[in-house]
Structure formats: structure tokens, C-alpha cells
Design a protein around this ligand. Structure first.
Ligand code: ES4
Ligand code: ZN
Length: 325
């Protein structure tokens, strides 16, 4: 059965915001533990709020939820809960985003956030056998100066952070605004990725490639509107970290049947399947694979290719990648 094959095949996840793995139960527990007032009193109320009509309506709730995270232990518990969950789904490697500005803006020190997440990732390697990398995302609705400031704060922790990325509200916040920050980051030795072509136009994907020199594009599904771009992504095998359930929840596609993941795979692009914000979008990586397979009718061979791509597109070393497939 293809469902067992999907469950059992070793997979890597390359696009998950750790703050987006905050389940409603845990949000309420932490609110109580930390004496934070939320506009919700029950899990049902929180789930009721998960009716998004575009990216911004989700982001508003995501930033609100993040306010319950205060201590190193909170960040540890959040990350550990994610790792335990995906260990059962046969995730063998994960590359996790965190949004430090969401927390430093509230007075939580960078060190507290990083240390809690990093210790859980180390425990994940030891106890669950999941390898991992950490990626710092700049919030594009904030200024390039704010991004530069957070980059400076990251320097002492550089050996714990493999790459910098760019997330949050895409419309009207083109990658070009962050060219200088990304250049400084690359000169420091960080790899780069960026969300582009989720709600924004193909031009933003070109900018991420040409100005930010990214190794991967996060989402990138709107590349399909520009045949030259599709050809370029194919030739260079620049990976797209696609998040099917996220795209449907945020109305990028009306249903999973309308998703272009299969088209992109058929065109020979290096596409991968990811969860984005699993607590908010109705599924972790396994559910993303299962529901997409059932909607788009992926064959065993195509599932294998998607799982293989997840390792090929990862930041593991060349030798290591091939040992893991
Ligand atoms: C995000 Cl789905 C999505 N898009 C852009 N930024 C994000 N941050 C967390 N989830
Ligand atoms: Zn994302």
C-alpha cells in the first residue's frame, strides 16, 4: 500500500517554522504557566480561529500565539514536541526556521530562544536519531536595519545556525530590500534561502536568486507563471520547498487537487514536500504527503523522488546526503 510506503520511507523536512508547531493545547498550557492573557479560553476557540483567507490573516494569529513563549524551557519543550511527533513519521533529518525578531521585540533575549531550540535539537539527535540544522528567518515586514541588528546578534552562535532566510508578509516586501543584509550574512559564511513566490510574483523568485543568492526557494509555486524561470530552476536544480496544506489553507490554491506540485515534478524541478506551520495548517509532513498523494495520485516512484529530493536539497554534506537516501 502506498500509504505504508509514505509512512516508512525516510524523509527530510526543509521548511518548518518552529513557532508554527505550537499546538493549541500547548498554547493554552504555556499561557497559564507564563501568566499571558490570550483572547481564547479553549482549544475549540483557537481552532475556530484557524479560518484564514490569506497569508496575513494567518500571520496575525501566528504572532499572537508566539507571545506565550518566554523561557528557554518553553522553546525547548516546543522543539522537543515537534521532534517527537515527526520521529514517528520517519523524519530522519529536519531543517528548522526560527523567527528571533518575534521574540527579541518582546524582550526575550536571542540567547534564550536559540539555546532552548538548540538543546532540544541535540537531544533529538541523541535520543531520536534525527539530524538537524537551524535557520534564522528575518521578518520582511520589519526593516532591513532590524534584520541587520538581529544578524549581528547571531554572530556568536554562528556554528549553531547554518543559514538565514526571509519570511512573513510577502506582498510589497520584495527580496531586493534585503540585498545588503544577505550579502553581509553570506560574507560571514551563512547559506541563504528565502520565501518567494508564495503570494508574491515570479519576479520575487528571480530577486531571491539573483540578489540574495539563495540555495533554495521556500514555496516558489508561482514560478509556473514564468516559463523562463521554470526553465532556469530546472537547469540549475534550485530546490523549491513546497508546503501543500499550507498553500490550500492560505488560499494559494483552492484545493489540493488544484495544487501544481505534480506539474512541477513532471517538469523536472527539484520539489520537496514540507509542513510550514503544522499546528495551524492541519498536518505534519506525513499528512502533507498522504493528502497530496491522494489528491494528485502520486505513484510509488514519484513519492520516492519527493523523499529523495528532500535529502538532495538539504544542507547535509554531499557524501552524507547520498548515504541517507
Ligand atoms: C509563514 Cl506560511 C508562511 N509564509 C510566510 N512567512 C511565514 N512565517 C511562518 N509561516
Ligand atoms: Zn514558511
Amino acid at each position: 500500500m502506498i500509504t505504508e510506503f509514505i509512512q516508512q520511507i525516510p524523509k527530510a523536512e526543509l521548511h518548518i517554522h518552529i513557532e508554527g508547531s505550537l499546538e493549541p493545547e500547548f498554547m493554552l498550557n504555556l499561557a497559564e504557566r507564563n501568566q499571558i492573557k490570550l483572547p481564547f479560553t479553549s482549544v475549540e476557540e483557537i481552532r475556530q480561529a484557524y479560518q484564514f483567507n490569506h497569508l496575513q490573516s494567518f500571520l496575525d494569529l501566528y504572532y499572537l500565539g508566539s507571545r506565550v513563549l518566554l523561557t528557554e524551557q518553553d522553546f525547548y519543550d516546543l522543539t522537543w514536541a515537534y521532534l517527537e511527533k515527526v520521529a514517528c513519521q520517519n523524519i530522519r533529518h529536519t531543517e528548522i526556521f526560527f523567527d528571533p525578531q518575534t521574540h527579541t521585540q518582546r524582550g526575550i533575549p536571542f540567547e534564550v530562544v536559540l539555546s532552548g531550540i538548540d538543546q532540544a535539537l541535540q537531544a533529538g539527535q541523541k535520543k531520536l536519531g534525527i539530524s538537524s540544522r537551524l535557520m534564522l528567518c528575518f521578518l520582511r515586514h520589519l526593516s532591513p536595519e532590524s534584520a541587520m541588528e538581529i544578524l549581528k546578534q547571531a554572530i556568536p552562535y554562528q556554528d549553531q545556525i547554518i543559514a538565514v532566510g526571509l519570511d512573513s508578509s510577502e506582498q510589497n516586501h520584495p527580496p531586493s530590500q534585503f540585498k545588503d543584509v544577505f550579502e553581509v550574512a553570506r560574507n560571514l559564511g551563512f547559506l541563504t534561502v528565502a520565501h518567494a513566490g508564495e503570494e508574491g510574483p515570479p519576479e520575487y523568485i528571480w530577486q531571491a536568486i539573483n540578489l540574495l543568492k539563495v540555495s533554495r526557494i521556500d514555496h516558489g509555486v508561482r514560478c509556473i507563471e514564468d516559463p523562463k524561470l521554470v526553465q532556469y530552476l530546472k537547469e540549475k536544480q534550485i530546490p523549491l520547498t513546497v508546503c501543500p496544506l499550507s498553500n490550500v489553507r492560505l488560499k494559494v490554491f483552492p484545493t489540493l487537487q488544484h495544487h501544481n506540485l505534480k506539474t512541477l515534478l513532471d517538469l523536472g524541478l527539484c520539489v520537496t514536500v514540507n509542513s510550514d506551520d503544522p499546528a495551524y495548517f492541519g498536518g505534519y509532513i506525513l499528512e502533507n504527503f498522504l493528502e497530496t498523494q491522494s489528491a494528485l495520485n502520486f505513484s510509488f516512484q514519484e513519492i520516492y523522488q519527493l523523499a529523495k529530493n528532500s535529502f538532495l536539497a538539504s544542507f547535509l554534506g554531499e557524501q552524507e546526503k547520498h548515504n541517507r537516501i
